[in-house]
Each structure stands twice: as C-alpha cells, then as structure tokens.
Design a protein around this ligand. Structure first.
Ligand code: FAD
Length: 527
C-alpha cells in the first residue's frame, strides 16, 4: 500500500464508496477506509428515489447490477390515512428521469458500491481498518492515523473526506461549526416479511405509507424476495421498542388497518430492528484539508427516508468539486464553497420540513386543523438582520427558504432577480407548516399577492452602519462604495418596501421578540 494519496475517504457505505468511485474514475489516488468487513448490514429501511440514489447508481454504471439483486421497481405509491381510509394511489416520490424508486438491503447494496470503487485502478481499500485521528500541518488537515492489522500508521493526503456516518470520527476531530440543530424527535423500527402482496393482491411494485395520528407505517418491497415493514413513532415510544421490539412493532402496526390483514398473511423473516431517537443537525461541510459527506455532515430523522438519497447526491457533488480542485481547475476554497452551496440546496429542500413535521406527523393529515399554513416574506435592506432571523426560525423548526443561498437568484442580467419559475413552484407546494421566505430583490413585488404577509425588517441608519462594520458573517458593506450604495438603497428602496409591507419589525428588539412577532404573524402557536 502506498502511504500517500490525494484523498483518504473514511467510511465505505453510500457516501464513501460513491465518492471514492467517482474520484477513482477521474484518476484521483484514493484510499478508502472501512472499519468493518462487508457484507454487513446497517440499520436502515433502505428506500431511495429515482432522482436521488437511483440516479447516482446510474451515474456509477451500477444500476443493472443492483437491479440484478431483484428489488422490484417502485413505480407507484399507496397511501392510507391521509384524509381518506385509502388506498389512494399516487406516483412514486421524486422519480426523476429514471422513473422509479428502489429498496435494497444494505448488506448487498453497500458491498456492490464498495466493489465498484475497488474496480478503479487508483482506488485502494483498507478494510477492516479504522481511522483513529487526523494528522495536521498547522491548521490544515493533511492525513489520518490509520489502525490496521494491529499497527497504527500515518497516511498523508491532500484531503480527508469523512463519510463515516453520524458518529463521525472525522467530524469529532475537526469540530465543525453547527449550522442547524434540532433535538431528537422520533424512533423507527422495522422487520422483513416474505410473500407480501399489494392492496389488490398484486405482486409488490409500490411503496406504501400509512398514517395514524403521529405514527407512520411504511412498506418497501425489497431485493431477495423480502419486504421491509417499518414504523416511525414519537421519541417516547422508544422505551417500549427497546424492551420488546417484536411485540411493540406488532402492537403499533395493528393501528394501521390498511396493512394489517396483509401483514398477517405474509411470512415474518428475521428480527425487528431499529434505532433510538437521534439528534438532527447540519455541520459545516468543509474546511482546510477536510470535507464531510453523507450522515457525517448532515443527519436528520429517518422518518422521511432521505438519508441515502442525500448521502449519494452529496458524494456526487463533493466528487465533482474535489476533482476540479485536484485537477487545478479551481482553488480549494472555490471547490469547497461550490460543494457547500450544492449541499445547502439539498439541506434546504429537506431538513426544516423533516424536523418540523417530525415533531408531530399528524400535521400531514388534511383536515380542519391542517390545510395550508401561511407563507410569509421576510424582507429588508442589508444588515437589517434577515439571515439571523431566518436562522432562528429554521432552528425553531419552521420551513425557511433564504433566497440568498441555494440557487434562487438569477444573476444573468444587471440586477439579481428571483428565479420566478422556482418561486412560483415553491408557493404552490402544500404547506402543512408555515413557510418563511427571506430576500430582497427587484422582482419580489410580482409575488406579493401570493404571500399571506410581507414583513419588513428595519433598523435606523446608525444601527445599520454599526452592524456593517462589526459583522463577520458577510463581507458586503465593508468597503466605502458598498456602504454608500446601502445608504442610498435605504433612502430610495426601503420606502417602496414599506409601502408594500403588511407589517414592519424593528430589529433592535431582542431576537426572540422579533421571531415571536413573526410567528404571531404566521399564525403559529408558540413552540
Ligand atoms: C432506522 C433507520 C431507518 C432508515 N431508513 C432509511 C431509508 O428508508 N431511506 C434512506 O434513504 N435512509 C434511511 N436511513 C438513513 C440512512 O441509513 C443513512 O442516511 C445512510 O446510511 C448514510 O450513509 P453514509 O454513507 O453517510 O453513512 P453510514 O451508512 O453510517 O456509513 C458510515 C460507514 O463508516 C464506517 N466508519 C465509521 N467510523 C469509521 C472510522 N473511524 N474508520 C473507518 N470507517 C469508519 C462505518 O463502519 C460505516 O460503514 C435510515 C436510518 C435509520 C437509523
């Protein structure tokens, strides 16, 4: 084994093997390190979507090998308990160009991914081997301390990619900033059955979702002739699952009449497994000599079953960015900023909704208490505190879209403008929880009528100048010409915003009070 690589990838499941294989395809010298021997399962109900991991498998040229394991193509969905007793038929979730989702058990899937990476001439695999710590050169990560075969060696590289899951050693070592965090919310347990049939007696070709109050049961027809039956319940249910997992799952599934008869007619395979409630968070994605990919950098409750999609998509974005940097096409900073903004787009599409609805899944049921909640535009000039307020709202579990990030702005013309197709689509999505959209662009007026409230955040000129001088999160406004522009906008643009606003909040108030007023405007009960 050579002791110098371009990239050391720690962890060899969805995120790690995908990243290693895509880098290997481009001739990058990779050491892929995995602590456990494969094939080995990991806790997961392993459902993923056409526009997510299925598309990544396709890019890896691995889709045929995965389909050869025998998972049925998931080409539709059955829903029970979402307003009607069901079954209601729907299209597969985010099916993308490929048009179907899949459910593949982790032992065979992860082994195929690892073998795909191993086939690359420039990828070496160390397994079983454990990264114990990182090696540093000043403030830069420049390698790992690898324990393998009873010995510990230092391996040097240009970048360490932590794809080592939610209890990541790489993340522990680099102590990244926490971008979002929400306390543990739910627990999820599952088991397999054979001889599963669809609601009309047909061979399984659909994911099934059954809602009962705050609990959701899942059916994912999988490879190997088995079907995974899962159930997500509130954190309080964990005690029962931990003591008697089989009995607890069976008992709770009884409240799902659309599934129960067919569960009774199927054949149980293996034991009930699952996991405790775990914290939800998004960590900074990269720094000097390191990057976090998959669960290592971003973990959210599995009730939405998006972790594998997100891990695969993040790995693909990270591979493109890292390869560009190593080939000399971009600087490391540019590459990592690009990876960060692509990951942020994925996070924005998923994290806040997962964690806010995850507090109580009954929000998904249409009914007198549900229906669409408010959409609130939070606008204001530079340094009036929009980002701080939006971050706080996101941390409190609201759905938040900060249009300064995540590809909402079209910069093709003289003036940055919202991408109107995306904004129109966002405002027509169902809103089981309030939506706060932040931004200040010239074409926002075209959407004023589509928001339930338009809130202007404001502060006096002297407060704005002081914030511009002292803020560390945004360089805009440090230069004299930028400050002059901001003050001119304050004179000319702010009065126009004020005219269209339905409410104004002075952000010299304590942050908690600003957020409380926004929640009140959105008609949200205090959390
Ligand atoms: C109950 C449950 C159900 C779920 N259901 C779904 C679902 O239906 N659909 C879905 O998309 N997602 C689901 N998920 C989430 C999904 O399993 C994860 O998001 C996904 O596995 C993340 O992949 P990863 O490659 O980032 O990390 P992991 O799968 O956690 O892999 C990390 C790897 O790193 C290795 N490793 C760790 N530390 C070291 C070290 N120091 N040195 C070397 N190797 C190391 C580990 O051995 C492991 O193999 C579920 C999760 C749970 C808990």
């Amino acid at each position: 084994m050579s002791r110098e690589y371009d990239v050391v990838v720690v962890g060899a499941r969805v995120a790690g093997s995908t990243l290693a294989a895509l880098l290997g395809d481009l001739g990058v010298r990779v050491l892929l390190v995995e602590r456990v021997r494969f094939p080995r399962s990991t806790i997961s109900t392993h459902f993923f979507r056409g526009a997510g991991l299925v598309a990544v498998l396709d890019r890896l040229g691995l889709l045929d090998e995965v389909l050869a394991l025998g998972p049925p193509r998931i080409t539709r969905e059955w829903d029970f308990g979402f307003g009607s007793p069901g079954p209601d038929e729907g299209p597969p979730q985010r099916a993308g160009d490929i048009g179907f989702g899949l459910s593949v058990r982790r032992a065979p899937l992860d082994e195929l991914l690892l073998e795909r990476a191993r086939r690359c001439a420039t990828v070496e695999v160390a397994q079983p081997a454990t990264v114990r710590a990182l090696v540093r050169d000043g403030d830069r990560v420049c390698g790992v301390k690898l324990a393998e075969g009873g010995r510990e060696v230092d391996i040097r590289c240009r970048l360490v990619a932590g794809a080592d899951g939610r209890h990541s050693t790489v993340a522990r070592e680099v102590a990244p900033a926490m971008e979002r965090s929400v306390e543990p919310l739910r627990t999820l347990y599952y088991r397999y059955v054979a001889e599963w049939r669809g609601p009309n007696g047909e061979p399984p070709d659909a994911a099934e979702f059954s809602l009962n109050g705050d609990e959701m049961a899942y059916v994912f027809p999988s490879d190997g002739g088995v079907t995974c039956i899962g159930l997500s319940a509130s954190a309080a249910a964990f005690a029962g699952f931990r003591t008697a997992p089989d009995a607890e799952l069976a008992r709770r599934l009884e409240a799902h009449p659309g599934l129960m008869t067919r569960i009774g007619a199927s054949v149980a395979v293996g034991r009930t497994e699952g996991g405790p409630p775990e914290a939800n968070w998004v960590r900074a994605p990269a720094g000097r000599g390191w990057a976090l990919v998959g669960d290592a950098g971003w973990h959210q409750d599995p009730w939405t079953g998006e972790g594998m999609d997100n891990a695969g998509l993040c790995a693909a974005h990270a591979a493109d960015a890292i390869a560009g940097w190593l080939a000399g096409a971009t600087s490391e900073d540019e590459a990592m900023a690009r990876y960060g903004s692509q990951r942020r787009e994925l996070v924005d599409a998923s994290f806040d909704e997962c964690t806010s609805i995850g507090r109580d899944l009954s929000q998904l049921a249409p009914g007198p208490a549900a229906g669409d909640r408010a959409a609130v535009l939070v606008t204001g000039m530079s340094a009036t505190g929009k980002s701080t307020v939006l971050d706080e709202l996101a941390g409190r579990g609201h759905r938040v879209v900060d249009t300064d990030h995540g590809g909402w702005i079209d910069t093709a013309g003289d003036e940055p403008l919202w991408r109107e197709d995306r904004m129109a689509a966002l405002l027509t999505e169902p809103r089981p929880i309030p939506l706060f959209v932040g931004g200040c662009v010239a074409n926002q007026g075209r959407f004023s009528d589509r928001f339930d409230a338009v809130v202007l955040l404001s502060a006096p000129q002297e407060t704005i100048l002081e914030r511009l001088a002292t803020r560390t999160t945004n360089e805009f406004g440090k230069r004299t010409d930028e400050r002059a522009r901001i003050l001119a906008d304050l004179r000319e643009i702010e009065p126009l915003l004020r005219r269209r606003a339905t409410a104004e909040i002075d952000t010299r108030l304590p942050l908690a009070e600003v957020v409380r007023r926004l929640e009140e405007i959105a008609g949200t009960p205090p959390m």
